[in-house]
Ligand binder design. Structure first.
Ligand SMILES: *[C@@H]1O[C@H](CO)[C@@H](O)[C@H](O)[C@H]1NC(C)=O
Length: 259
């Protein structure tokens, strides 16, 4: 390859990596739109704008997914001002600012019950509080096979149904994309989590069971975290996302039947 050609290849792949980043921009429930933290804007606004999801430092992945930044993204896990009222069984649409093509991987959403039904004082960074309520991974006969690519094709949107039997109370909805494009390198997996604060005003009587701890549960050597995307794509190995199975009380996946 001529030097000039390889330079172009490197530049264009760097550009696509940067363009591939994204963040949760807003949340739609029952035709109402609620803003998340506006990356690159809200930091410069005084007083701090009232948002419904916790602050994110930038649109990149969590720098170290074994650190506290994995709980709600790099941004300090600072309580947001707003809490979204909804009912168990409602479908929430999570709107990303954009999502690029090179970051294939699973999409996962968890719930944690805010202690004392007060999301503004709840951090969620200790204990097995996170329960997976939806995920899609890789389906070789899906079009497209990877969940994050489906999110892109849906216009950088993802739908999550709140478990219909869930008891009323305040919860933190933790939604994330896991980009596996450099997951063949240990600690190379790219997690893009966000935390939205919700209040279930009507529901059933089921409490969340024990879940996983974040940080803690995402082991750098988990086969869903340290893996090679191209080998999955070529059918050489299968893929199972980290973070345990989806809760038995969860609603069917609102994006497509799994996996
Ligand atoms: C958490 O994220 C912030 C913002 O990106 C970063 O400055 C900090 O070093 C991170 N902490 C760890 C332990 O990775």
């Amino acid at each position: 390859m001529a030097p000039s050609t390889s330079a172009v290849v490197v530049l264009s792949s760097l550009a696509s990596l940067v363009a591939g980043h994204g963040y949760l921009k807003s949340i739609t429930v029952n035709n109402q739109n609620y803003l998340a933290w506006q990356v690159g804007q809200d930091d410069y606004v005084t007083p701090t704008p009232a948002r419904y999801a916790r602050k994110l430092a930038n649109n990149g992945p969590v720098p170290d997914f074994t650190s506290n930044n994995i709980t709600c993204g790099a941004g300090g896990n600072i309580p947001a001002e707003g809490v979204i009222d909804l009912k168990a069984g409602d479908t929430v649409t999570l709107n990303w600012d954009q999502w690029g093509s090179s970051h294939s991987g699973p999409v996962m959403t968890y719930l944690a019950h805010c202690t004392g039904d007060d999301c503004k004082t709840f951090k969620g960074d200790t204990g097995n509080v996170w329960v997976k309520i939806e995920q899609l991974e890789y389906n070789p006969s899906g079009n497209p096979p990877w969940a994050s690519d489906l999110l892109r094709e849906q216009g950088a949107k993802w739908s999550v149904t709140i478990p219909p039997t869930l008891a009323p109370g305040e919860y933190r909805l933790r939604h994330e994309i896991l980009g596996l494009h450099v997951a063949g390198t240990r600690m190379g997996a790219q997690f893009y989590p966000s935390c939205t604060q919700i209040r279930v005003t009507q529901g059933g009587s089921t409490q969340l069971p024990a879940g996983i701890a974040l940080p803690g549960a995402y082991d750098p050597d988990d086969k869903g975290i340290l893996t090679e995307l191209w080998r999955i794509d070529q059918g050489q190995i299968t893929y199972k996302a980290p973070g345990r199975d989806v809760w038995s009380e969860a609603a069917p996946n609102a994006n497509r039947p799994g996996p």
